[in-house]
Design a protein around this ligand. Structure first.
Ligand SMILES: [Zn+2]
Length: 273
């Protein structure tokens, strides 16, 4: 750079040691203008300010060094992935269940549970499937919560239970965690598990009885099994948290002709899964 009293420093910048090639020195003041944003020169180099062109201005000599401006990188927010409506979820999950039915191994695992009968297992079989983490998802399941780049969410392996609403549309699924509890089939970059109204899915199992009683049972497997065992209509919620899905619960109870709700805190006599 030859104009207006500056000397181009090329590789000889004392601030960045030549990491940049556009550094310059003012011939009148001796200040060094260096665009390196993280340079940390030793000696008595003091940062003064950034000039209007984005050059850090540095002076040699004793005195107070100013704070260099924070380098701010603006990352635009990711557009939220819209939630899938129930009809699209139903199509996707049913394709998934058909493609990856319960494996004999997982069926055997479930059959070993205390007191469960073959007939009960058969009755809830339509809601059971195997989540083969990392396996290719059928095309119809693309966009489901938990389907990532055409694959089933890879960190989960296990049997899974489908979550139907009162219209028998499958609106979600939970995967059994071998260490205990369940995972939601979901991934941060995918459509959320939550329904379009923001509430988590509740599961509706069984058929309503004439007395208008609707049973609440914690989780999804237990109410599904209770419906097979005791009959009647059962509404399950993850963690027993029906209250956090109030509109969904109201719609389910209305659809079931509910006149009385019975809370089965421990799922009746059924042993914990
Ligand atoms: Zn420099």
């Amino acid at each position: 750079m030859s104009n207006s009293g500056f000397k181009s420093l090329g590789r000889d910048c004392p601030i960045c040691q030549g990491a940049r090639r556009d550094c310059r020195e003012s011939l009148s003041t001796g200040f060094v203008f260096c665009r390196h944003t993280e340079a940390n020169p030793g000696g008595q180099w003091r940062y003064i300010k950034d000039d209007a062109h984005g050059f850090g201005v540095w002076a040699w000599g004793e005195g107070k060094s100013n704070d260099r401006p924070l380098k701010v990188t603006f990352i635009p927010p990711k557009a939220p992935v819209p939630t899938l409506p129930p009809a699209a979820r139903n199509t996707g999950y049913r394709a998934l269940i058909e493609h990856y039915p319960l494996t004999p191994k997982h069926r055997a695992t479930l059959a070993q549970r205390p007191h469960i009968t073959e007939a009960e297992l058969e009755a809830i079989a339509p809601y059971l499937f195997t989540w083969s983490g990392g396996a290719t998802a059928p095309a119809a399941a693309a966009g489901l919560p938990g389907v990532v780049a055409g694959q089933l969410w890879p960190r989960a392996q296990g049997w899974a239970i489908a979550i139907p609403n009162a219209s028998d549309e499958i609106i979600g699924a939970q995967i059994k965690n071998p260490q205990g509890g369940y995972f939601w089939a979901s991934h941060a970059d995918q459509a959320p598990v939550q329904l379009p109204n923001g509430e988590l899915p509740l599961g509706v199992y069984g058929t309503p009885t004439d007395n208008g009683v609707v049973n609440l049972g914690e989780g999804f497997f237990k109410p599904a099994l209770s419906a097979a065992r005791h009959g009647g209509a059962w509404v399950g919620a993850a963690g027993g948290n029906w209250a956090s899905s109030p509109h969904h619960l109201r719609a389910a109870l209305d659809a079931l002709g509910c006149q009385q709700v019975v809370l089965n805190a421990d799922g009746g006599a059924i042993a914990n899964p």
